[in-house]
Design a protein around this ligand. Structure first.
Ligand code: 3H9
Length: 719
């Protein structure tokens, strides 16, 4: 787990060996303790180099060991032994030095990094803080403001930035271990007094209190209830105000609180869930093992509205040649300008030339004849999409993958329009498509595993959390969202205001409540979908209430708002009012309140007091219940898929782990009991009726979320 050799006669070389990322498992820590001892006690050895095998220094503490009883040597004394050594110890950093990996390097006397290496203390993203002395050493090395930035955001820095900040002493383009050994030879025998970071005083910024006050306000604003960023600020404050030993005590105390918090469990669950969904598997058993993706060099995007523009940018940025098609000349010109702007800004951020010449624009669909993959992103209208798919089938070369960016329509129906339905998959991007991290890859009953593998691979290249899901109305994300929004509308009918509902959801951790979000996205989108589904038509004439559709409760409130031309921010009013069309600051709207009062009076509804707890239970449990139905139907392979979709695409607070993980934390029995309660109170809302998978999980003792797949498998095998 840590190999020891001697190189150049006098340098002891310690190589961490724990693939794939050389995480500091108990065995690796024991290996380091033993090999450091060997090197320091060998009179021939004058200096030591620590590196990692397979081009990666170290990915940090072994997250898989968290939650279990810790065995093996603890990290802090191990790092103290390295720092206290009377022979220089040099860290040779290739690949990544993250978390405990960087802390190990900070315990060394010198750090040499390869130019492609990335360094960081990302513990905060796992609900933790750098608790192997990192929160105390980094501010001593690079100063409080820079350390606060790295520790509270968890961002990774390049070797060049690490050199500039003073984290590393040298950057090399050549073999890092060779460079480190060479360096170790030159520093052998030199005094190490100034090289032991823990013995240095922490640089004191001029106004310490103001600096920490500002940092605390900043993290509280962005943390949305997450506690780790706050603890990170407190730990750095300890570094700046206390002697090292006391600061270390504070670091330990704060870590103990975080370590046992549900938030750390949720964040670590999401870390592994994100990786698990990348190993997709279709119900047929197809996966990476059985299906190789096709090479994609040239792609086309049809329809250059906001989504099409973002998709074009995302594809271009990963090096593809892209043909961007838009039939309307005015829109084409507008899109060309927008796409060029986005590519230029992106290139500027990365310090590279903008890849403008990789995009070609056309009004003619014939221009897609030689592409390997097409993504259709035209208006959300089945008739129009069917027409486009028919045209594509006639124009594209054989074997071209045909993808649709629909957010809810039946992609299998679109596949029927082509002679090769196996080449059709959904690629559901989220707006803005070049920024948002989520991609739902939707397979129909006839999509080939190779088509799915290709879309998943493309998603991975674009840096998206890509989740393979089955085909149904709204797929996973929007199918669940529909019930969340539906409950929000019902709550308005029963006495709530948009402000109350949004406040409850934002307090829970969503960046925006459902109504603020709907104003931002535009109310007309949902209205159009409801109209095409025939839901929006008032049917009082036929004797039925306008509040009933297909025998179930329906709220026409959103339709009535749209009829007033209130589409949200773009029209200057929606659920809130704005200073002008395009305004961003939502203000409470007396018109809306009076509209709600009149609406309730018209339908004989008596407003009652609704509290935050009811808002959360109604909106979230209805959505979670649908999540169980999705699992039951086999649309998502496991709870991790749903949780990744919600965290990466729908603003679900990451520190709450996604809706299904949250349900397991609340307790499935409680979720079941509350759903039964609400269904009893609202028997005309079938979505509140607890689904059988939830009941079955409760009956089998509410197993933890990682064991749900077994229950689902059993359920499916009995069907
Ligand atoms: C810490 O250090 C706490 C300390 O301050 C003090 C404690 C007292 N442990 O991401 P990939 C697995 S907290 C265990 O696909 P890449 C990962 O699950 C830690 N396993 O590869 C996956 O497994 P599988 C702070 C880990 O090349 C496989 O390795 N460190 C760990 O795209 C490949 O991972 C971090 O937060 C780990 N630490 O990216 C860094 N890391 O194949 C977390 C990875 O079974 N890691 N695995 O799915 C990363 O950010 C990325 O993995 C890394 C490589 C950039 C290193």
């Amino acid at each position: 787990m840590a190999q020891y050799t001697r190189v150049s006669g006098i340098v002891g070389l310690i190589t961490l060996q724990n693939p794939p990322v050389n995480a500091l498992s108990a065995a690796v820590r024991q290996g380091i303790v033993d090999t450091v001892k060997t090197a320091l006690s060998d009179p021939q050895v004058k200096s030591v180099v620590i590196c990692g095998q397979n081009g990666i220094f170290c990915g940090g503490a072994d997250i898989k060991e968290f939650g279990e009883k810790m065995f093996g040597p603890p990290l802090i004394p191990m790092m103290h032994a390295i720092e206290a050594a009377d022979k220089p110890v040099v860290a040779a950093i290739e690949g990544s030095a993250l978390g405990g990996g960087l802390e190990l390097a900070l315990g060394c006397h010198y750090r040499i990094a390869h130019s492609k290496a990335r360094l960081g203390l990302p513990e905060v993203t796992l609900g933790l803080l750098p608790a192997a002395g990192g929160s105390q050493r980094l501010p001593r090395l690079i100063g409080v403001p820079a350390a606060l930035d790295l520790i509270t955001t968890g961002r990774h820095v390049t070797a060049a930035e690490a050199l500039q900040l003073g984290i590393v002493d040298q950057v090399t383009d050549h073999n890092t271990v060779d460079a480190a050994v060479k360096f170790a030879l030159t520093v052998a025998g030199q005094s190490l007094d100034a090289r032991r970071i823990s013995t240095r005083p922490c640089p004191q910024p001029s106004d310490l209190d103001a600096l920490f006050e500002e940092a605390m306000q900043k993290v509280r604003r962005s943390a949305r209830g997450a506690i780790a960023p706050v603890a990170c600020v407190q730990a750095v404050r300890a570094a700046a105000t206390l002697p090292y030993a006391l600061g270390l005590e504070r670091e330990k105390e704060l870590m103990a609180t975080l370590f046992t918090s549900g938030q750390a469990r949720a964040l670590q669950y999401i870390f592994f869930a994100q990786r698990a969904v990348g190993r997709w598997r279709m119900p047929s058993g197809a996966s990476w093992d059985t299906s190789k993706p096709r090479p994609i060099n040239k792609a086309a995007v049809i329809g250059l509205g906001t989504m099409g523009q973002g998709i074009t940018v995302a594809l271009t940025q990963i090096g593809l040649s892209v043909v961007a098609i838009e039939t309307q000349e005015k829109q084409l010109m507008k899109a060309k300008q927008a796409i060029s702007g986005m590519l230029e800004r992106g290139a500027k951020r990365r310090g590279v030339a903008p890849p403008l010449d990789r995009v070609s624009y056309s009004q003619n669909i014939q221009a897609v004849a030689d592409v390997d993959l097409v993504i259709e992103a035209v208006f959300e209208d089945m008739g129009l999409k069917m027409e486009v798919f028919q045209q594509l089938s006639a124009v594209c070369k054989p074997g071209t993958l045909l993808c649709t960016n629909t957010s809810a329509l039946d992609m299998d129906q679109l596949a029927s329009e082509t002679p090769n339905p196996e080449l059709v998959v959904g690629m559901h991007f989220f707006s803005p498509a070049h920024v948002m991290k989520l991609l739902e890859v939707v397979y129909g009953p006839r999509s080939s595993p190779q088509a799915v593998a290709t879309a998943m691979q493309l998603g991975k290249k674009m840096g998206k959390a890509s989740v393979a899901v089955g085909n149904c109305t709204g797929f996973v994300g929007n199918r669940m969202l529909k019930l969340y929004t539906e409950q929000a509308f019902f709550l308005l009918e029963e006495g709530a205001t948009p402000e109350l509902v949004d406040e409850a959801l934002e307090e829970f951790g969503f960046p925006m409540g459902v109504f603020r979000m709907s104003d931002l996205a535009g109310l007309d989108v949902g209205w159009r979908i409801r109209k095409s589904a025939g839901l929006e038509e008032p049917i009082e004439a036929s004797g039925q209430s306008v509040r009933i559709r297909n025998g179930c409760r329906y709220s026409p409130i959103a339709d009535l708002i749209c009829e007033q031309g209130r589409f949200g921010q773009k029209t200057g009013s929606g659920w809130y009012q704005y200073d002008a069309p395009g305004g961003r600051v939502a203000r409470s709207d007396p018109w809306l309140h009076s509209f709600l009062a009149k609406y309730r009076a018209r339908h004989g509804l008596v407003a009652r007091g609704i509290d935050h707890q009811e808002v959360l239970e109604r909106c979230l449990y209805a959505m979670i219940n649908e999540g169980f139905r999705i699992l039951e139907d086999g649309i998502a392979a496991g709870p991790e898929d749903i949780d990744v979709i919600y965290v990466f695409g729908y603003g679900w607070p990451r520190h709450r782990g996604g809706p299904m993980f949250y349900a397991s934390m609340v307790g499935l029995a409680k979720v079941l009991e509350r759903l039964e309660h609400y269904h009893h109170a609202h028997p005309d809302v079938p979505s509140l009726q607890p689904c059988s998978l939830l009941k079955r999980l409760v009956a089998s003792g509410s197993p933890p979320v990682h064991r749900w797949r077994e229950v689902i498998k059993k359920l499916h095998s009995q069907l």
